[in-house]
Design a protein around this ligand. Structure first.
Ligand code: ATP
Ligand code: MG
Length: 263
């Protein structure tokens, strides 16, 4: 059977590497023969485009899933450049955020929509928009855990505090089981003194929650989306592609250790 784990990739700060992490981690997991679904919940549709799907030419998106209650199996695109399945997003999803306000239990629309299909996947990764809006709340209400990508720069820790507060509120109100899966240092430059300082502080505050794997700044990761593919199918020897494979390995190892510990 499949693991059925749902992981939201969130940080309300823009441009920290959420989408890059989502598509490259998903592709890496899929390459290890896990069955993976990516849900693009950002109206920018970057994860959709980076998966080789034209966001202007999709029949259905997360809008249909959240607003029209079209069953997930009828919204999912099964052929992507990353070897995973995809629920696409485009501008329509902006309207979904507003339409959601009409509904009772508006925070758990995504969770309900995924209930029927989650056990058909090992991992479901949700790419969140750069805000703590109702779409992100839906992602976190549906999720078992959250991966927080962050750049190690000044003020990064402050943003993280706001995110941790939101997670705590969601735990209290809609999703008592929600956990921080891990904090991922992205676009990292070892030569930068500030990055190393922030990284040390991060480890002090969050300990083991900080992934050992660090994603370096790597131009291949930035180029790959314009070719509509995750980095591992654009340049598999690039340090960026290898870093995301290492991250997938770290997550799988952690999961195995947790499983052993609980036996
Ligand atoms: P948004 O908040 O707008 O959704 P995001 O958090 O999803 O942004 P990305 O789109 O993944 O961030 O990354 C922002 C930009 O940085 C993109 O142009 C991306 O290609 C680039 N980028 C991400 N990670 C790396 C990296 N490790 N090395 C170099 N460039 C990167
Ligand atoms: Mg993004």
């Amino acid at each position: 059977m499949f693991v059925g784990k749902i992981i939201a990739i969130a940080n309300q700060k823009g441009g920290v590497g959420k989408t890059t992490t989502c598509v490259n981690l998903a592709a890496s997991m899929a390459a290890t023969r896990r069955k993976v679904l990516v849900i693009d919940l950002d109206p920018q549709g970057n994860a959709t485009m980076a998966s080789g799907i034209d966001k202007y030419d999709v029949e259905r998106t997360a809008y249909e899933l959240l607003v029209d209650e079209i069953p997930a199996k009828d919204v999912i695109i099964t052929e992507t450049a990353g070897g995973y399945h995809l629920v696409a997003a485009n501008q329509d999803v902006t309207a979904a955020e507003i339409r959601l306000l009409e509904f009772f239990a508006r925070e758990i629309r995504l969770r309900n929509a995924l209930a029927a299909i989650r056990d058909q996947y090992d991992y479901i990764f949700i790419d969140c928009p750069p805000s703590l809006n109702l779409l992100t709340v839906n992602a976190m209400s549906a999720a078992d855990s959250v991966i927080v990508p962050m750049q190690c720069e000044y003020f990064a820790l402050e943003g993280l505090t706001a995110l941790v507060d939101t997670i705590s509120k969601l735990v209290a109100v809609v999703n008592p089981d929600l956990k921080i899966e891990g904090i991922l240092r992205t676009m990292f430059d070892h030569r930068n003194r500030l990055s190393n300082d922030v990284s040390d502080q991060l480890k002090q505050h969050f300990g083991d929650k900080v992934y050992r794997t660090v994603i370096p700044r790597n131009v291949r990761l930035a180029e790959a989306p314009s070719f509509g593919t995750p980095a591992m199918y654009y340049d598999k020897s690039s340090v960026g592609a290898k870093a995301y494979l290492a991250l997938a390995g770290e997550i799988l190892r952690r999961e195995e250790q947790a499983a052993h510990a609980s036996v």
